[in-house]
Design a protein around this ligand. Structure first.
Ligand code: GTP
Length: 338
């Protein structure tokens, strides 16, 4: 039997859009900026699976004057809790210093307790009579509202208050503050404000956009589902083709996988033809739901983080400046793909 050789690079990058910065993202960010004077701590969420790509420089530029806690969400979907994962987390922690970074999974009470402990000790430094005010920010669908619900549930035993969903843009407006910690020693407690997700102004390269689409940070209508599924297949093959052996033998052809899935699940169109689009969405949803392996999409090395940081710093807060910087970086050969 021939040995299976996975693709070592992803080539189908033409015609991938690089922007998803919507009107309600800009409006939300401007409202957050207006609230900043009354905020003690900004909780910035990034996706554990894309620690580089889900970092939005707009938050640093617009909200950077306040202390920040960085929470890497959905750890359960990206980590096997191995020594390699711990090493990667250590690199990320160094990158984020002096801000503290924590890694979370809304179903892990321990992870949620660590965030509450950090908040409690931060609250002790606050002299406000009205309690400590936190604002949770991050890219769309990164898990901000779920985090708010989990913090409130673990701390106060209260039911869900913020609406959540598996597509971006469920939260459209900056919310009212919600209590997440009771006060101690005569102090008021801590309150958290939920905010709408804000996308990066301009995605510097097409592969970053695919990663964001795969993790659900852009609507599934923006990039064809078969393209997102193909990009997932590329990663699955690099990890372990057994992750999809439920459907077929190892392959680099996404249509082979989708046809097998369609036949298995009866996703057929007229004439018995496989419904590739719905099968692609199903394939991607399985991975998003943690049923096809936990792994990280970004390459996390000290060099990669430093380069990304340099690029983000140069990109500035405006879309125009971001575009200009990307052009310049490409000229300087920092960015090589598309
Ligand atoms: N497996 C896993 N799923 C999570 C976790 N946190 C959130 N999710 C899921 O991620 C999806 C998005 O969560 P939300 O809390 O709605 O995300 P959001 O950032 O508020 O989204 P916007 O409304 O776009 O701002 C939902 O399907 C959640 O169930 C986590 O720690 N682990």
């Amino acid at each position: 039997m021939a040995i299976f050789v996975p693709r070592q690079a992803y080539d189908h990058l033409s015609s991938i859009p690089r922007s998803y910065f919507l009107g309600h993202h800009a409006a939300g960010l401007s409202k957050m900026k207006g609230l900043l004077a009354s905020i003690d701590l900004v909780v910035e969420c990034r996706d554990y699976r894309t620690p580089l790509v889900s970092r939005n420089p707009l938050f640093e530029q617009n909200l950077g004057e306040r202390p920040r806690l960085i929470v890497y969400t959905k750890q359960d979907l990206g980590s096997k809790f191995s020594s390699e994962d711990k090493k990667r987390e250590e690199i990320i922690r160094k990158w984020d210093a002096p801000s503290t970074s924590l890694f979370s999974d809304v179903k892990s009470r321990n992870a949620i307790r660590s965030i509450l402990d950090f908040t409690r000790s931060h609250a002790q430094t606050s002299s406000s009579l009205f309690g400590t005010r936190l604002m949770v920010v991050g890219m769309p669908n990164v898990g901000k509202s779920s985090l708010l619900n989990a913090l409130r549930n673990v701390s106060l035993g209260k039911k869900k208050v913020a609406q959540t969903g598996d597509q971006p843009g469920v939260t459209r407006k900056v919310g009212t503050s919600v209590k997440i910690l009771e006060g101690e020693h005569g102090r008021e407690g801590a309150y958290l404000i939920d905010t709408p997700g804000v996308f990066v102004p301009y995605v510097p390269d097409a592969e970053s956009m695919l990663k964001l689409a795969l993790c659900g940070n852009v609507k599934d209508t923006v990039i064809p589902p078969t393209t997102i599924a193909d990009y997932l297949l590329y990663h699955l093959n690099l990890q372990d083709p057994k992750l999809y052996d439920h459907y077929c033998e190892p392959t680099n052809d996404i249509f082979v996988v989708l046809e097998a899935l369609a036949r298995k699940q009866g996703r057929l169109k007229k004439g018995g033809l496989p419904d590739f689009e719905s099968s692609a969405l199903q394939f991607v949803q399985r991975w998003r739901g943690g049923q096809m392996g936990a792994f990280v999409l970004d390459k996390v090395t000290e060099e990669a983080l430093a380069e990304r940081g340099r690029m983000l710093e140069m990109m500035g807060g405006s879309m125009n400046q971001a575009r200009k910087t990307v052009k310049q970086l490409r000229k300087d050969a920092y960015l090589v793909d598309t």
